[in-house]
Write a protein that binds this ligand. Structure first.
Ligand SMILES: NC(=O)c1ccc[n+]([C@@H]2O[C@H](COP(=O)([O-])OP(=O)(O)OC[C@H]3O[C@@H](n4cnc5c(N)ncnc54)[C@H](O)[C@@H]3O)[C@@H](O)[C@H]2O)c1
Ligand SMILES: NC(=O)c1ccc[n+]([C@@H]2O[C@H](COP(=O)([O-])OP(=O)(O)OC[C@H]3O[C@@H](n4cnc5c(N)ncnc54)[C@H](O)[C@@H]3O)[C@@H](O)[C@H]2O)c1
Lengths: 205, 205
């Protein structure tokens, strides 16, 4: 099993290659300079996926890019559903970074009748009550949730029932999902909590 | 040195205790039910910080809360500066979760003359050109950055020079800081990248 920190770094290597103007080879030292990880860490991460690159010469950029695309599953465009067209949800809809990396927020759901039927940044807001039909017909497997904490578990249960199998959760609340569902949480206040811990205990990161 | 995952969990234990209606004791099993981590993990995390709680009876909620507050450094209110009053910055300004956990976004900076001088959600937008004076006079040690990638490094350099020592970065770009600066990155697209990896390789989390 590949460590989760490695997976996180793979994505950053992939993005660095996307932005690299060079067309031929790149060394692990050059990749280290762009991404900030050590060259040794980069070589170690990439050996999980087989031998590529020639020692001393570096990696063929196209080959490495193709390999990472395949490993990360970004060789296809993923349709993503966003649930919650509130303050956070609407900001996320403006973010170009998702689409640039293969994640198209194709559907936005809300339950507020004032919002349903309106379009925000070119995406129509649909009624979450119709989520099941839309998720199935648009082949949506990933959802982002940005709803109030009281609604979070029920929203996730409906998403899972509709066929979603991966969830990025922004709600600071412990959501329970069946074992086959991939759930990642982003907890912004907890990250500030880590910073206050590091400041209080003067920990060097 | 305490593992970073432990620190992240401590904050979630603290939040669970904040929300607990109970006033006397809580067992590691109860804390496990609320937070989703195992009782054994909870006990292990808390032993880094000394012996508290009585085996078989659980932890005194007030005592545990006080201890966590001290460890996490949230026994004070931290003044936080937000740089970038754009789509994401303005959404973050509406988030009550920061203040509830001891982080007051007291100052917002931007460089856009159209925004400077206006007030958003009760917070005045100041000109980033005056950041140094404001950061020093308000005793601001933590900053959140939500500016375009091209401006990120220069903004962070100015924050560090002004005396900020911890940064929560939302910009998908590798920022370099001196060793004494605590920097945490939130990379939303990379989290979706992890989900697509887990879906493609059918990894159980
Ligand atoms: N605002 C931020 O920047 C921020 C930052 C971190 C975390 N969060 C968290 O993200 C979540 C959303 O925050 P927000 O500030 O956007 O809140 P908000 O109240 O502005 O938006 C929530 C949206 O969810 C919709 N909603 C409520 N119940 C629903 C349901 N059952 N089904 C579908 N839609 C439903 C509401 O109609 C509303 O449009 C909250 O849990 C919050 O704690 C927000
Ligand atoms: N919108 C989102 O939900 C989202 C999600 C993930 C990451 N991000 C990242 O967060 C950052 C902000 O995104 P956004 O959508 O809010 O962009 P935005 O363009 O709406 O806002 C950026 C703000 O930064 C200000 N700014 C620019 N240069 C500055 C400088 N030198 N000093 C001070 N202020 C400056 C601008 O005037 C503007 O108000 C970007 O790097 C983006 O990639 C955004």
């Amino acid at each position: 099993k590949i460590p989760s920190m490695t997976v996180r770094r793979l994505f950053l290597y992939y993005r660095a290659l996307l932005e690299s103007k060079d067309t031929s080879v790149i060394s692990s030292e050059e990749l280290a300079e762009i991404t900030g990880f050590s060259a040794a860490q980069i070589r170690k991460d990439l050996t999980y996926f087989g031998q590529f690159g020639t020692p001393g010469r570096g990696y063929n950029i196209d080959q490495l890019k193709q390999k990472l695309i395949q490993i990360l599953g970004v060789d296809r465009e993923w349709n993503v559903a966003l649930v919650g067209a509130g303050n956070l949800g609407r900001a996320l809809l403006t973010y170009q970074g998702f689409k640039q990396q293969g994640f198209k927020v194709s559907t936005v759901f809300d339950k507020d009748k004032e919002k349903v039927g309106k379009s925000y940044h070119g995406v129509l807001i649909s009624d979450f009550a119709h989520a099941k039909e839309i998720i199935k017909s648009h082949d949506i497997r990933i959802a982002i949730i940005a709803v109030p904490a009281v609604a979070a578990q029920e929203v996730v249960d409906q998403l899972v029932e509709a066929g979603v199998s991966a969830i990025l959760n922004f709600v600071p609340y412990r959501i329970k999902v069946p074992p086959h569902i991939k759930l990642l949480n982003i907890d912004m206040a907890a990250e500030l909590g880590r910073l206050s811990y590091y400041l209080t205990n003067d920990v060097v990161l």
